[in-house]
Design a protein around this ligand. Structure first.
Ligand code: ADP
Ligand code: NA
Length: 328
C-alpha cells in the first residue's frame, strides 16, 4: 500500500542493553501502524568478527525474541534474519561494483574496528557499509532510524543509491534518516561520558535486557558518579548523576525537574536504589514475555519462517529490477 517503509536492524552479537531499548526498540514499537516496518537480525554483519557458531545462533534467536518481547508485533512488523534473505548478499555484490575504495577508506567505523580487531582485518569488515546499503535499499526504505554513530553509513548508502539511479534511472528510493521523538542517549554506568554499548567488555557498564533484578540493583549501586552529594542535572559537571536521572526519567516518565525535586536532600545510595528499582519494573514485562516466548519454539519458528517469506518477497522484487538494469 501507500505506507512509507522503515528499515532497521541490530547485530546479533551481544545482548541488548537498555540504551538499545530506550534509544531504538521502544520507539520502533510506535511506528507499526503508520509505516511498513522491516527489522532485521543482522547476522551476516556479525561474522565480520569471529563468532562461535552455536553462540551466534543462540544470540540471533534471543535478539529476534527480544524484538517481540519488547513489543514489536510480528504480524505487523517484518522481523527476520538477514541470512535468510539471500538478496542481501546478491545486492551487496552488485553494489560493491558501484562503490569506490576511496569512499570506504573514509568510513570511521572501519578504522575503529580494524584497530580493535587487528588480528582479523578482513574484506567483509571493509565492505560492511556496502552490505548495510544493500540492507536498506532492498526494501526501498524511505526512512532509517539511525543513531549518531550510524549517520556516515546512511550517507554512503544515499551516495551509492544516487550513483546507481544516475546511471540506470529511478531504481532505488533514496532513504532519509528517521529522527525519533525522544531519542534518549544512555551512557555507560562505569564511564558516563561514553555511550552504553552491548559490546562493552565491562559487564558492569551496561544493564542488559535479560539481567535479573539483583544484578540490576547491584550494577546501579556500583555506577560511577561524583564526589558531591547533590542530585542535579548537568551533563558537563555531573555526567554520572545526569545519566541516572535520564534513565529514571525514561523508566518512570518523570521530567528532570520532577526528579530533582523528588530527590532533593536524598543521598546517592537511595537514589541509585530508586533508579535500579524503576529499571527492574520497566524490564519485568519484557522479561516475562521473553521467558514465555523462549519456551514456545514452534511459535518463534513460525514467525521466523513467515517473516523470511515476506522479506524475500519484497527483497527479490528490488533485486530483479537491479539485475535487469546491470544486464543479468
Ligand atoms: P551497541 O553499541 O549496543 O552495539 P548498536 O550500535 O548496534 O548498539 O545500535 C543499535 C541501536 O541502538 C541503534 O539504533 C542505536 O542508535 C541504539 N543505541 C545503541 N546504544 C545506545 C545508547 N547507549 N543510547 C541510546 N541508543 C542506543
Ligand atoms: Na551496529
Amino acid at each position: 500500500d501507500g505506507k512509507k517503509s522503515i528499515f532497521s536492524g541490530m547485530q546479533a552479537t551481544g545482548t541488548l542493553q537498555i540504551g538499545n531499548y530506550l534509544g531504538a526498540l521502544k520507539n520502533w514499537v510506535q511506528l507499526e501502524d503508520e509505516y511498513e516496518c522491516f527489522y532485521c537480525v543482522v547476522d551476516m554483519h556479525s561474522i565480520t568478527v569471529r563468532q562461535d557458531p552455536a553462540e551466534l545462533r543462540k544470540k540471533a534467536r534471543a535478539l529476534l525474541t527480544l524484538y517481540i518481547a519488547a513489543g514489536l508485533n510480528p504480524d505487523k512488523n517484518c522481523i527476520y534474519y538477514q541470512s535468510h534473505v539471500s538478496a542481501h548478499a546478491e545486492l551487496s555484490w552488485i553494489l560493491n561494483c558501484y562503490t569506490y575504495m576511496g569512499e570506504l577508506n573514509r568510513m570511521t567505523q572501519f578504522k575503529d574496528k580494524a584497530a580493535k580487531h587487528s588480528e582479523n582485518i578482513n574484506a567483509g569488515l571493509y565492505t560492511y557499509p556496502v552490505l548495510m546499503a544493500a540492507d536498506i535499499l532492498l526494501f526501498q526504505s524511505d526512512l532509517v532510524p539511525v543513531g549518531s554513530d550510524q549517520k556516515q553509513h546512511l550517507e554512503i548508502t544515499r551516495d551509492i543509491a544516487e550513483r546507481f539511479n544516475g546511471i540506470y534511472g529511478d531504481v532505488f528510493t533514496i532513504p532519509e534518516p528517521y529522527i525519533g521523538k525522544t531519542g534518549a542517549r544512555i551512557m555507560s554506568l562505569q564511564e558516563p561520558t561514553k555511550k552504553m554499548s552491548k559490546s562493552d567488555e565491562n559487564v558492569n557498564a551496561s544493564i542488559y535486557l535479560t539481567d535479573d533484578p539483583d544484578t540490576i540493583i547491584r550494577k546501579f549501586k556500583r555506577a560511577v558518579t561524583d564526589s558531591d552529594n547533590e542530585i542535579r542535572y548537568s551533563r558537563e559537571d555531573k555526567p554520572g548523576i545526569s545519566n541516572l536521572i535520564d534513565i529514571y526519567g525514561a523508566a518512570t516518565g518523570k521530567s528532570v525537574a520532577e526528579i530533582e525535586k523528588e530527590f532533593n536532600g536524598i543521598g546517592y545510595g537511595d537514589f541509585k536504589l530508586a533508579v535500579g528499582e524503576s529499571v527492574v519494573s520497566m524490564l519485568k514485562p519484557i522479561q516475562d514475555r521473553f521467558d514465555e516466548l523462549s519456551k514456545d519454539k514452534a511459535y518463534i519458528d513460525g514467525i521466523i519462517k513467515q517473516n523470511a517469506e515476506k522479506a524475500n518477497y519484497y527483497a527479490n522484487k528490488t533485486l530483479r529490477k537491479v539485475q535487469k538494469k546491470v544486464g543479468f
